[in-house]
Design a protein around this ligand. Structure first.
Ligand SMILES: Cc1cc2nc3c(=O)[nH]c(=O)nc-3n(C[C@H](O)[C@H](O)[C@H](O)COP(=O)(O)OP(=O)(O)OC[C@H]3O[C@@H](n4cnc5c(N)ncnc54)[C@H](O)[C@@H]3O)c2cc1C
Length: 298
């Protein structure tokens, strides 16, 4: 079965290739110059365009899909590919299933997919005729194969209906939470921005990164959005995840479920986070964390 893989980055493309190269014969179209020739694609097309927008990219992808008789379109979910998936669904008049974790081929041209449901509380398995799939990022680590793909550059001159009126630089994030081995996350329970210093100190002693729940990152802006863990934030899988002052709502859990060992610190013994952790400490984080730091320093 022939698949068209589209990605704006080499890292995401190589993740998806590792996950799906045994199921499909994949041609990868990437919007970057990253070298992904050793991840099992038959062909790699490095796209060059002055208009990297969803509308003209969707037109291009749909033309390639029809021209080369691809069976499916595979993408890793991102703001750009979510737009593209919707547009492709309309152009190609076929269903798109987004944010999936698993894809299997069934009988009679059907596909089986699995994705989180009810805000991450459960996983549903669906059967469909869909041909467009976006996958969650970080489902696997890229692994190389012994063969090399044929790599070509491809120029897209299709104009976009989007015109750039202004460019505002986003502060560059120095954090890569998805790759961190140890994360100490702060929840609303820290009570004030200054509370982050105790979280940061614990992260420093452990050589880890600081993350946060949605209120801390998005509502109060105590931490940057890049540090938000959860359904609408980053999906992380560290060896150790420490949740301090986090209640453990499903939307937060959806982002840290892949953690190996979870330690929760919460002053409410009935907080749902205690159902999700390996070790739970009932207590005030401002009392517990300094004690932990003291012990760890020894
Ligand atoms: C569509 C959607 C997407 C969402 N996406 C995300 C997401 O990506 N990430 C996310 O985190 N949330 C997300 N949410 C929000 C989510 O539902 C919760 O509201 C949020 O996770 C709660 O954050 P919290 O645990 O920090 O705060 P709270 O639920 O207010 O919990 C604070 C906790 O701190 C404890 N506490 C208070 N003081 C102390 C202290 N001194 N010491 C120790 N413990 C203390 C309290 O007992 C309480 O359990 C989303 C919601 C929706 C609807």
């Amino acid at each position: 079965m022939k698949a068209l893989l589209f990605s704006e980055s080499g890292d995401l493309a190589s993740q998806l290739l590792t996950l799906l190269r045994d199921k499909f014969e994949i041609n990868a179209y990437i919007l970057s110059k990253d070298d992904i020739s050793e991840y099992g694609a038959s062909n790699v097309f490095q796209i060059e365009t002055s208009f990297p927008y969803a509308d003209n990219l969707s037109s291009f992808i749909s033309e390639e899909f029809k021209k080369w008789n691809y069976h499916v379109i595979l993408m890793v979910s991102s703001p750009l590919t979510r737009d593209i998936a919707g547009m492709l669904s309309e152009i190609l008049k076929t269903e798109a299933i987004t944010e999936i974790m698993k894809l299997e081929t069934g009988e009679n041209n059907k596909f089986y997919t699995e994705r989180f449901f009810f805000g991450g509380k459960t996983i549903i398995r669906e059967e469909s005729d869909a041909r467009i799939f976006t996958f969650l990022a970080g489902l696997t680590d890229p692994q190389k194969v012994n063969t090399k793909s044929n790599v070509q550059k491809i120029r897209i001159d299709l104009k976009s209906r989007v015109s750039l009126v202004n460019e505002i630089e986003k502060p560059k994030s120095s954090v890569n939470l998805e790759k961190a081995d140890i994360i100490v996350s702060a929840g609303r329970g820290i009570g004030k921005k200054e509370g982050l210093s105790v979280i940061q100190q614990l992260a420093d002693v452990l050589h880890g990164e600081v993350g946060g729940s949605r209120p801390v990152c998005l509502d109060y802006h105590w931490l940057s959005e890049e540090r938000q863990v959860g359904l609408s934030g980053k999906r992380v899988k560290p060896k150790i995840y420490i949740a301090a002052g986090i209640s453990g709502q499903v939307q937060h859990i959806a982002g840290m479920r892949g953690s190996k060992t979870v330690i929760a610190i919460n002053k409410d013994k009935n907080a749902p986070i205690f159902n999700e952790c390996d070790y739970g400490i009932v207590g005030d984080l401002y009392v517990v964390i300094p004690k932990l730091i003291e012990k760890l320093k020894k």
